[in-house]
Design a protein around this ligand. Sequence first.
Ligand SMILES: NC(=O)c1ccc[n+]([C@@H]2O[C@H](COP(=O)([O-])OP(=O)(O)OC[C@H]3O[C@@H](n4cnc5c(N)ncnc54)[C@H](OP(=O)(O)O)[C@@H]3O)[C@@H](O)[C@H]2O)c1
Length: 316
Amino acid sequence: MPALTRLADALLDRAVVPGYSKLGPALRRRWWPSGPVPGALIGKRVLVTGATSGIGTAIAEGALTLGATVHVLGRNRAKTEDLVARLERERPGATLVAEVCDVGDLDAVRAWAADFTGRVDELHGLVHNAGALPAERSETAQGHELTLAVHVLGPHLMTALLADTLAPGAAVVWMSSGGMYGAGLRDDDLEFTDGEYSGVRAYARTKRMQVVLAAEWAGRLPGKHVYSTHPGWVATDGVTASIPGFGKVMAPLLRTPEDGADTTVWLLATRPASRSPHFWHDRAQRPSTLGWERGQDPAKVRRFLDQVAAATDVPG
Ligand SMILES: NC(=O)c1ccc[n+]([C@@H]2O[C@H](COP(=O)([O-])OP(=O)(O)OC[C@H]3O[C@@H](n4cnc5c(N)ncnc54)[C@H](OP(=O)(O)O)[C@@H]3O)[C@@H](O)[C@H]2O)c1
């Protein structure tokens, strides 16, 4: 990319509103890397969590368009099977598999993974897309705060349990959020029991944790590609339900789910070389921290990872 284009791209990113809105991909499409080539995922098997809505459905559709067999994972059986039936109807010849699992329930993740690895020999793409921004603090069956369980503990456990099923060169993508820029990594109070609960804060903090975990998994999975990404601001049911004010004010500027899914589908299909911390947006690597918090304190990261290991029984 020429230097001036690189500068324009970086300015869009730092200015946040234009870059995260639908203007981001509208402009960057002129210079971002091409691809994927048609049929890039033929013969590949991709699993997408949180596939029953918004960006997850668009990722599943993007992978299907490129020829993948897509396992769509939802927590609600009827909704997941309805999605599979609709996509099969709309795309004759497409190969889809409904997977039912509550990603925030660690026992459910263990049971589902045991079943999945008994049925599937090789997985080429794993997308941790399921997400939630709750209004109130709630706990999962194992007593973990919901956003910690859905964004961090469940995906961490799932990655560990599927690690041996990941094919050489497979891609693992963690769907984080630009909201994580406002939250440093915390190695205390992972369960959000101190002070008044804020779903927005819990969301941002656990989205930060996803970026740190993705970088950790990149080191733990040699020969595989592990990325984190953020989709920009996307018009989805999740935004309407969780942050209706934002959804209403920003409506004219929100991206389509397809634009929100673009970089994830591109990462799955092209598997570009990446350097730590492996954070991507609009088909380019982006800094994972803003000026005031360059990099991560390794001791803090270690303490965070130790707590995730203890909660999931996945050795750190
Ligand atoms: N939209 C945005 O502007 C935006 C911005 C930054 C990051 N993101 C991230 O992008 C991802 C998708 O967001 P979205 O806007 O498409 O949200 P959405 O429309 O609310 O979709 C979220 C998906 O996650 C699923 N899910 C939630 N909890 C789950 C659980 N415990 N187990 C399994 N699946 C679960 C939901 O299932 P149900 O269908 O059963 O509810 C749904 O399929 C999230 O990780 C979100 O944080 C979105």
